[in-house]
Design a protein around this ligand. Structure first.
Ligand code: NAP
Length: 247
């Protein structure tokens, strides 16, 4: 699948799924805008790899939950790269806990980054996509946003919110050649899941018909498909990449 001539903005692109998506898209020919928060050296390492493939890379540190900072980031990215054709809303966090014990700050943090961050980035990028009459918006939801999960009311609410948001953006932007889709990963091996107790991982594994945990490449390949011209007639969908957890 070819992304030559396209520029992709990927949020949270310095680790995990976002990092693999940045490298996969670059391999397919795209220039990459690497949004990150946290250690700059991880983002720079991704940028070095992108450049080694002969693609352009721009590294921008921005908290996706900060509306003004996101608008400034997108303006800078559009100016430097000339255009933004693909947005992947990937940045996300967890602050798990049973509802009765969940702190308001944990609810607010997850909603701010995982859902308002998607609003901020999509709104800022949409302006440019509308003008160029082309765009691909891919937002990373979760199996938890579809099925729910004890201990993750905040995360499930945000990830379910992404699905409703995606379908609405798809309807608003379709006439301008812009598609909006969500990916709902199951259980993927990253920093996010590395902190889970062995017992939880074993229980998850037992619920995966394909019998293995997901790799970041599984999600990146699905995102590459949705970002490519092969998916130009697909919008408002949730692609489940979860080894069969949700059917
Ligand atoms: P990850 O390695 O922790 O990646 C999340 C990325 O988001 C990190 O690079 C993180 O940066 C960044 N980030 C966090 N807060 C941010 C903010 N305010 N602004 C910008 N970036 C921010 O975990 P992952 O598993 O790859 O997660 C990627 C996406 O997949 C998330 O949306 C997650 O909810 C979703 N997902 C993951 C799984 C799974 O099983 N792993 C399943 C379903 C969905 P720092 O590391 O510097 O904080």
């Amino acid at each position: 699948m070819n992304l030559e001539g396209r520029t992709a903005l990927i949020t949270g692109a310095s680790s995990g799924i976002g990092r693999t998506m940045a490298l996969t898209f670059a391999e397919a020919g795209a220039d990459i805008i690497i949004n990150y928060i946290g250690p700059a050296r991880d983002a720079e390492e991704v940028a070095d790899k992108v450049r080694a493939m002969g693609r352009r890379a721009l590294v921008l540190e921005t908290d996706v939950s900060d509306t003004e900072a996101v608008a400034a980031m997108v303006e800078k990215a559009a100016k430097e790269m000339g255009h933004i054709d693909i947005l992947v809303n990937n940045a996300g966090i967890t602050r798990d806990g049973l509802l009765l014990r969940m702190k308001e700050s944990d609810w607010d943090a997850v909603l701010a980054i995982n859902l308002k961050g998607v609003f901020n980035c999509t709104k800022a990028v949409l302006k440019y996509m509308m003008k160029q009459r082309y765009g691909r918006i891919i937002s990373i939801s979760s199996v938890v946003g579809v099925n729910g999960n004890a201990g993750q009311t905040n995360y499930a609410a945000a990830k379910a919110g992404i699905i409703g948001f995606t379908k609405s953006v798809a309807k608003e932007a379709a006439s301008r050649g812009i598609t909006a889709n969500a990916i709902a990963p199951g259980f993927v091996k990253t920093n996010m899941t590395a902190v889970l107790p062995e017992k939880t991982v074993a229980a998850m594994l037992a619920a995966i018909p394909l019998g293995r945990l997901g790799e970041t490449e599984d999600i990146a390949k699905a995102a590459l498909f949705l970002a490519s011209d092969a998916a130009s007639y697909i919008t408002g969908q949730v692609l489940h990449v979860d080894g069969g957890m949700v059917m």
